[in-house]
Design a protein around this ligand. Structure first.
Ligand SMILES: [Zn+2]
Ligand SMILES: [Zn+2]
Length: 315
């Protein structure tokens, strides 16, 4: 195990394992080593890994596999809290996974990022200086970058995080054929205060507000496929100014799943999209995707026909 910053260590499973289970070559990183480094807290970032010394250390376990499509970013806030609580109480923390290369390194990088407002690259560089073998998988690296773009605030209020979750759910659907619960966009028709200054899409028939610009997912007209995933281009949420003009050629708007859409919360694979007020038919959605009039395949597709709505600029 290696000390990354004062009192914060990254290690493999061997760093935490009971000495009796170890071969001679591994024995240097047993409980004596933990005691020698005055470790008080252990953060395990691995699945099926029960604590070896539950009475000797304060443990926290995050059950996650080292796979690029695992959502590790959702755990950053609680991991950061555990680490900072331990350190500020004068404790010393070991963060470990199996190899001490991907999961634990990602978690410690996220902690450094939030603490010192670092980019993913800066934080990984710091970890690597002390532990050269670290190598978070590509999905975790992307999520560290997303973490920076989210300003270290992982909440479903952020359009960018919802975009990541939609991509995540689409991957899950492709692989398992079932729909995960999804964080739907807030209903602009239910907002008490005036809507923010941005473009708004209303039902043509009853003028009810349906989506705002932040809910619209841009795509370039043409052939090919679009799978929605986290994308730096749309960082900071409202930064999709091209959504309207670029999609003039397309007969539909593609939006994120919205709270008011029937079947979204229930996990239906596909359904009609109707106006929540007048029940006018607006479009349809499908987690398997659909083709836009411009030829592009969009996955998943939450499609509102433009001739059923008015696009207005809110003052
Ligand atoms: Zn299109
Ligand atoms: Zn309506």
């Amino acid at each position: 195990m290696d000390e990354i910053t004062d009192g914060l260590y990254v290690g493999s499973s061997m760093a935490e394992t009971d000495k009796d289970k170890l071969t001679d070559s591994m024995a240097e990183t047993d409980k004596d080593k933990l005691t020698e480094c005055k470790i008080t807290h252990i953060l395990t970032v691995a699945s099926h890994y029960p604590p070896s010394y539950p009475s000797a250390f304060t443990y926290k376990t995050i059950s996650i596999d080292d796979l690029p499509n695992e959502n590790i970013i959702q755990y950053f806030p609680e991991c950061n809290q555990f680490i900072s609580d331990a350190l500020s109480a004068g404790g010393r923390v070991l963060v470990h996974c199996m190899a001490g290369q991907s999961r634990s390194a990602a978690v410690v990088a996220a902690y450094l990022m939030q603490k010192d407002r670092l980019t993913a690259e800066q934080a990984l560089h710091l970890v690597k200086e002390r532990r050269p073998q670290i190598h978070p998988n590509d999905g975790f690296r992307e999520q560290l970058e997303l973490y920076c773009d989210l300003n270290y605030d992982v909440t479903v209020d952020k359009p960018l995080y919802r975009l990541f979750l939609i991509g995540h759910s689409a991957e899950h659907f492709k692989e398992y054929g079932s729909v995960q619960p999804v964080a739907a966009g807030a209903d602009p028709g239910m907002q008490q205060q005036g809507l923010p200054t941005q473009r708004l899409v209303r039902c043509k028939k009853c003028r009810r507000a349906l989506v705002t610009e932040t809910n619209i997912l841009d795509h370039q007209a043409g052939v090919g496929q679009v799978a929605f995933s986290y994308n730096k281009r749309s960082a900071n949420g409202v930064d999709t100014p091209h959504a309207f003009p670029q999609n003039r050629a397309c007969s539909s708007l593609f939006v994120e799943p919205m709270e008011w859409m029937e079947g979204v919360k229930e996990g239906l694979v596909e359904n009609k999209i109707v106006c929540p007020k007048c029940l006018a038919k607006l479009g349809a959605y499908s987690w398997a995707g659909a083709q836009c009039s411009c030829g592009k395949w969009i996955t998943p597709s939450f499609q509102i026909h433009r001739n059923r709505v008015d696009e207005v600029r809110q003052r």
